[in-house]
Design a protein around this ligand. Structure first.
Ligand SMILES: [Zn+2]
Length: 273
């Protein structure tokens, strides 16, 4: 998914786009948005805007850099997550050590602090030092539900963006739809049944992008989780399904008629399953 495909946040996209094109990317951001909002997705989309060379300022989702970001294995991005209920000083210490190293793949190290709200005071004080004197090229993105949870000295050193929710309910219903579709495919349900399940989604291009994203996540999760469900698949089937979903996204971006792209995908997934 690229940033422009995220609903309800187009003004934020425009603003970020301009700063990138003016080479004025800040060294620190706070991305604020309510708990149901997938802020990591937003951070990843933003990082693609910054790093993608195919479509600078936008991200293409197809080049090696964008793909690595999607797969969570771009080496210069460091994700920092809380441990249970707090994000401890030692995590920030580790991050600082990593940020002192040169980037492996590009020109920037980018840190995403996923649970910034859970930083202890000591962790925040430590982070403050890096925010005051960041190594060249570094970008630090703090994901927060509410900036009130952060020390004022931290907030004042970051550029704050507030992101609009695009509805947790809709997000969850999309996840559920992806799961249903995957199960129908597994059960070899006929084409018309799948088509009618997706009828509503097919009406709207953005909705299709979101659905494709949910479906890709569903299949990718099967690869990492050892559950009853994942045992119903061969790994090659899952890889092929992920590739088919990614191709449908490419077709859409190249201007293919949305409902045609989605029908194509169903046919392809039926073949794979
Ligand atoms: Zn790209």
């Amino acid at each position: 998914m690229i940033f422009e495909e995220i609903p309800e946040n187009h003004a934020q996209f425009e603003k970020l786009y301009r700063t990138i094109m003016n080479s004025s990317v800040s060294h620190a951001y706070i991305f604020e948005g309510e708990s149901g909002l997938d802020k990591k997705l937003i951070a990843d989309c933003f990082i693609k805007m910054v790093l993608c060379r195919e479509k600078p300022g936008r991200g293409c989702d197809e080049c090696p850099v964008c793909r690595k970001i999607n797969h969570g294995n771009y080496e210069d991005i460091i994700y920092v997550r809380a441990d249970e209920n707090s994000l401890k000083d030692s995590f920030i210490e580790e991050l600082q050590a990593r940020l002192m190293m040169k980037p492996f793949e590009g020109e920037r190290n980018i840190a995403v602090i996923e649970d910034a709200d859970l930083m202890t005071d000591r962790a925040q004080n430590r982070l403050l030092k890096t925010l005051e004197e960041p190594p060249v090229g570094t970008v630090i993105i703090l994901l927060s539900e509410n900036i009130e949870n952060l020390m004022q000295t931290i907030v004042s050193r970051c550029v704050v963006y507030h992101f609009n929710s695009f509805g947790e309910e809709r997000y969850l219903s999309r996840q559920a739809l992806a799961e249903r579709v995957a199960e129908m495919l597994l059960d070899s349900m006929p084409f018309y049944a799948l088509k009618s399940e997706l009828e509503e989604t097919m009406q709207d291009k953005k909705e299709i992008y979101m659905f494709l994203d949910a479906l890709e996540h569903y299949y990718r999760d099967l690869l990492v989780q050892q559950t009853e469900k994942s045992r119903l698949y061969r790994r090659e089937t899952i890889f092929a399904a992920v590739a088919a979903v990614e191709n449908a996204g490419k077709d859409l971006r190249r201007g293919m008629n949305p409902s045609y792209a989605l029908k194509n995908l169903i046919i392809e997934l039926e073949d794979i399953n």
